[in-house]
Design a protein. Structure first.
Length: 284
């Protein structure tokens, strides 16, 4: 596994395993498989409702806690300093852990300044090793980063071959903030897994479309956290450190960029309302 050094000196694995849409019932099995296959970075969130499953897998694993890198995220319904403080303690309890490696604000809505203050406190108290944000587009990111004491270590954004976040990357560089990709396969949208450019490049190295797409990210220092419930795919997705894309291949993939989300617009009022109501409608 290769690592990236965050802006506070903490080492983070470049490739990890995400558990969005992994059901609470399946999460412990999936994370156990992922750890056994070799993943050390696991990405969850309060709004995935599966932190307990991850906690059980951590507790039962023979891999020492300090070799794992656990990320969770504070959801908008827990925004504001007081609620965020309580929710961080709740996450720690569910994760059966004394600390979280990386804690993110999940969405730039609600009282996220209050949330960030709670996260700075948790960081200073040693409950969290690094703090950051997710889905903070350049305008909101700069405003936050300019007004807080601890610069965000990470911004986790939708990033894949069809939405490469070039503008965001430029802004993050100024603050030495690491870009982390969510949806590295765009959840299969846009015929992702049969894309001819990725397929053709993969044939040169005997690699799959998924492996080329992940290699494209990690080779540029972007952390990726692909999700799969299938152990053989977990292993396939981790096996991307034994080949290097040429500059010409990188350029071919760069040309696939459509520069917009395949999921939702964070500036669309209906999407904002959906996110604000999510906990009420989606909690299992
Ligand atoms: N911060 C945020 O707002 C946010 C939003 C979304 C996601 N995330 C994080 O990012 C992680 C990854 O994103 P994601 O789960 O949305 O989507 P993704 O990783 O882009 O795609 C997952 C989909 O690809 C399939 N798949 C996985 N490996 C494959 C392979 N090698 N070949 C063919 N199909 C494959 C999976 O199916 P199977 O499971 O059936 O294999 C699943 O349907 C999440 O789990 C979560 O941790 C964060």
């Amino acid at each position: 596994m290769e690592f990236i050094t965050l802006n506070n000196g903490v080492q983070m694995p470049l490739l990890g395993y995400g558990v969005y849409q992994v059901t609470p019932d399946e999460c412990e099995r999936c994370v156990t498989d992922a750890i056994n296959v070799g993943y050390r970075l696991i990405d969850t969130a309060q709004a995935y409702y599966n932190e307990e499953g991850l906690g059980n897998a951590i507790a039962k694993s023979s891999v020492p806690r300090d070799e794992l890198f656990i990320t969770t995220k504070v959801w908008v319904s827990n925004s504001g300093e007081e609620k965020a403080v309580a929710s961080i303690d709740e996450s720690l309890k569910k994760l059966q852990s004394d600390y979280i490696d990386l804690l993110l604000i999940h969405q730039p809505f609600g009282d996220y300044y209050g949330t960030y203050r709670a996260m700075e406190k948790a960081y200073k108290a040693g409950k969290v090793r690094a703090i950051g944000v997710s889905n903070f587009f350049p305008d909101r990111f700069v405003d936050l980063a300019e007004n807080v004491e601890i610069k965000p270590a990470v911004n986790q954004m939708e990033t894949h071959v069809f939405n490469q976040q070039m503008n965001t990357r430029e802004v993050l560089t100024e603050y030495e903030t690491t870009l982390e990709s969510w949806g590295p396969f765009a959840e299969g949208k846009n015929d992702f897994f049969t894309n001819e450019v990725l397929k053709h490049i993969g044939e040169q190295y005997n690699k799959s479309v998924a492996q080329v797409a992940l290699r494209f990210l990690v080779q540029q220092g972007i952390v990726a956290i692909p999700k799969s419930v299938r152990k053989e795919r977990m292993a396939e997705n981790l096996d991307v450190f034994d080949f290097v894309l040429s500059q010409d291949e990188i350029e071919l993939i760069k040309a696939l960029d459509q520069k917009e989300s395949l999921f939702l617009s964070h500036t669309d009022p209906a999407s904002v309302k959906f996110i604000l109501e999510y906990d009420k409608t989606m909690r299992p």
